[in-house]
Design a protein around this ligand. Structure first.
Ligand code: AMP
Length: 251
């Protein structure tokens, strides 16, 4: 029998809740055993209150018990870094890699354009990896992957392997990218943060892992988000159901 785990997720906005027009400031989710729950909630409140996107006046934290028998245990994606000197070079590399992962030129161009013109997306846009059209109808809410986190042993092992990357930001992104990479119908993911201070982004897929690209936008730019590229036979209910409901623990 495994220990019971709790899913904890946070969202924060300025100017009221997101659904009443508040500007998205920060979000996060993790999966922790009971004895770490209070510390995790505190970390999320701290993250919401200390964000370069603004001064949150709405913070919601939701906690739910997840039966450990229903947890899917996955190994983290392998990580590599592409050091580039400019946004132009970074995007060029992202295009090459995504093509190599099976995303069409048109879909890549649409994905980059969408992220470039989006400053208030809370979740991800689901996009056809072939035609490049948006497939979900969630607007600026997007689709959020939830119910996922590191096991303590998994995190200890991973951070010893990649000591230079072991920041909360990268650790959280690896969890998300790994869960997404194991979703049915996924082809690849593209991400850069909407945090104006953070310009490193990534592309990822199950076979090639998580590839960090050191410049995908300019400093001071509020644009960003995530694109989940899916195959044309996607069953959206199944894909979104996996992202939102299946509990995933990285080991
Ligand atoms: P972050 O990596 O936290 O800076 O988030 C950057 C962007 O990725 C956000 O603005 C959202 O568009 C998207 N995002 C963040 N968390 C999730 C999630 N759990 N599921 C889907 N998309 C997310």
């Amino acid at each position: 029998m495994y220990e019971e785990m709790y899913s904890i997720r946070m969202r924060a906005a300025e100017g009221g809740p997101h659904e009443h027009g508040g500007f998205h400031i920060s979000g996060g989710e993790t999966l922790v055993p009971k004895d770490l729950l209070e510390a995790a909630a505190k970390t999320f409140v701290h993250k919401a209150l200390n964000h370069s996107r603004g001064d949150a006046d709405f913070i919601q934290v939701i906690i739910e018990k997840v039966s450990s028998d229903h947890l899917v245990r996955l190994p983290p994606l392998s990580v590599s870094t592409e050091a580039v000197n400019s946004v132009e070079e970074g995007r060029h590399r992202a295009i090459e890699l995504l093509q190599n992962f099976g995303v069409s030129e048109m879909a890549i161009a649409n994905g980059i354009e969408r992220l470039q013109n989006t400053t208030d997306l809370r979740g991800a846009v689901i996009m056809s990896a072939v035609g490049g059209e948006r497939l979900d109808d969630r607007g600026s809410r997007g689709v959020r992957a939830t119910r996922m986190g590191w096991s303590q042993e998994g995190y200890t092992r991973w951070s010893a392997l990649y000591p230079e990357l072991a920041s909360p930001r990268v650790a959280e992104a690896i969890v998300l990218a790994t869960k997404v990479a194991y979703a049915p119908f996924i082809v690849a993911e593209l991400c850069w943060s909407d945090d104006p201070e953070y310009v490193t982004g990534y592309v990822s897929c199950r076979e090639k892992g998580y590839v960090r690209i050191t410049h995908l936008k300019e400093k001071g730019d509020f644009s960003g988000g995530r694109i989940f590229y899916v195959s044309d036979d996607v069953q959206l209910d199944q894909f979104i159901g996996f992202l939102e409901q299946t509990a995933v623990l990285l080991v």
